[in-house]
Design a protein around this ligand. Structure first.
Ligand SMILES: Nc1ncnc2c1ncn2[C@@H]1O[C@H](COP(=O)(O)OP(=O)(O)O)[C@@H](O)[C@H]1O
Ligand SMILES: [Mg+2]
Length: 425
């Protein structure tokens, strides 16, 4: 690798942490770093290194979504282009394919990018190297049941890179490396180790984030929120990778209207209290209530027959009226948040998650909100629920509004709506 780094010095040079990562020989590597540290970049160079030497290898890139996996894939292609233009012309022509998923075939090597969404379609393949980007956001089962077996017959390499996401399997893997377990290398490092990340950028992020969120996202500190209402385990368990292609309802929609500077959030849940799916989630931000309301209306219209529960506390009351006037055919109920009412909502969602009754697609933004949703005691001795520090909880609130008002199995049966394609806005 050292020689390879010298060879490509004209097109790419690692920072200190990236060099250490690239030189690590362990079969399993867990890299926990802040955003913009250069994790994806370093992995792309690692993949490039393997495809420029023999023997032919099969490398698989996986991420919570195909879009994320494609970022790494594109970086490899870009580096290979640069290599051909600036280092040597003496390599075979190659043309990456993009459908049904990205594949790069080059001098006997095969590089594939896949989403962690459909583990079954990955099952059975073999690989010499598997890279999991944003690893802390894929379920443990994907790694243990699908990816690790792929490497068992080839005695291959596993690389997991991510920002921390609570004390889940990624932390446990990282911790095994920290404790010196044979064959596992791990490293944790803040975004500031990348000299291309300016102090100014980090200062601005520190200013606008809560201390916890800055610690997690830019200093790569593993944290579970104190007083967390939803355990990381229950959030991990809710992630669903075998997603039905359509849903027949009944649909229950929660709308949390923005107060001052936060987002308006809409959550669509299909199913009943015994089994349900978060089939749609959107959030909107902007200066004009009318525009936001129009976007909310557009989302809701995709779910004919849905029952809507909207927060009409404080300023929300104006938006709530506007929505009602624009959706006269929908059943809309206004909810005013009282402390008791909020507790019921929190409990409804905690019950669904704790009993593995709600499924959702991987969604780092919602998962972070869930993980930092806490209960705390006010000075008057009351329990307050909400996001820790200055973090957002709009998505969680919208999901809770829907979760609290899901029909029971019986009443659900009579509200079947037409089949709707799934969408995450
Ligand atoms: N060694 C490097 N040389 C040039 N640019 C780099 C290097 N490492 C990272 N970068 C740049 O820094 C930014 C963040 O890198 P990225 O790999 O996307 O970070 P992460 O995956 O950790 O969020 C990108 O614009 C990337 O191109
Ligand atoms: Mg990245």
């Amino acid at each position: 690798m050292e020689q390879f780094l010298q060879r490509i010095a004209g097109i790419w040079q690692p920072h200190v942490g990236q060099r250490e990562f690239l030189l690590a020989h362990a079969k399993t590597r867990a890299l926990a770093c802040g955003r913009r540290w250069g994790k994806t970049e370093a992995c792309a160079v690692d993949v490039l290194h393997r495809i420029l030497r023999s023997p032919p290898s099969r490398q698989l890139m996986v991420a919570p979504t195909l879009e994320q996996a494609k970022i790494l894939f594109r970086r490899v292609c870009r580096l290979l282009d640069d290599y051909q233009r600036k280092v040597t012309k003496d390599i075979t022509k190659y043309r990456p394919k993009n459908t049904p998923f990205p594949v790069l075939e080059f001098e006997g090597h095969v590089v594939t990018a896949r989403s962690g969404h459909a583990p079954d379609s990955l099952r059975g393949d073999e690989a010499d190297h598997v890279i999991v980007d944003e690893a802390a956001f894929v379920p443990e089962a994907l790694v243990t049941e699908v990816l690790t077996p792929m490497l068992s017959t080839t005695d291959g390499y596993l690389t997991c890179i991510s920002t921390p996401n609570g004390f889940n399997w990624f932390w446990r893997l990282f911790d095994r490396g920290e404790r010196g377990e044979d064959g596992i290398w791990s490293r944790r490092s803040p975004s500031s180790e990348n000299p291309r990340v300016s102090r100014h950028f980090l200062a601005a992020k520190k200013n606008e984030s809560s201390p916890r969120s800055f610690e997690v996202e830019y200093e790569a500190v593993f944290r579970e929120a104190a007083g967390a209402v939803f355990t990381q385990e229950s959030i991990d368990d809710a992630r669903c990778y075998e997603w039905p292609s359509s849903f027949s309802g009944p649909f229950t929609i929660g709308v949390d209207w923005a107060k001052t500077k936060d987002f308006t959030a809409v959550a669509i849940v299909s199913g009943t209290r015994d089994e349900c799916w978060l089939v749609g989630l959107a959030r909107f931000h902007g200066p004009h209530f009318q525009d936001i309301c129009a976007q909310v209306v557009e989302v809701i219209r995709r779910y004919p027959g849905a029952r809507i529960f909207q927060d009409s506390t404080g300023l929300g009351v104006i938006a709530a009226e506007l929505l009602r006037s624009q959706l006269p055919r929908f059943s809309i109920t206004d909810i005013t948040f009282t402390s008791g009412g909020k507790e019921e909502m929190v409990c409804a969602l905690a019950r669904l998650l704790g009993n593995k009754l709600l499924r959702m697609q991987p969604n780092p933004v919602l998962e972070r909100e869930l993980a930092s949703y806490v209960s705390s005691e006010t000075s008057a001795g009351n329990i307050r629920y909400g996001a820790k520090g200055s973090e957002h909880d709009d998505l969680v609130t919208a999901v809770m509004l829907a979760a609290r008002h899901l029909p029971s199995r019986l009443s659900g049966c009579i509200r079947l709506a037409p089949k709707i394609q799934f969408s995450y806005a």
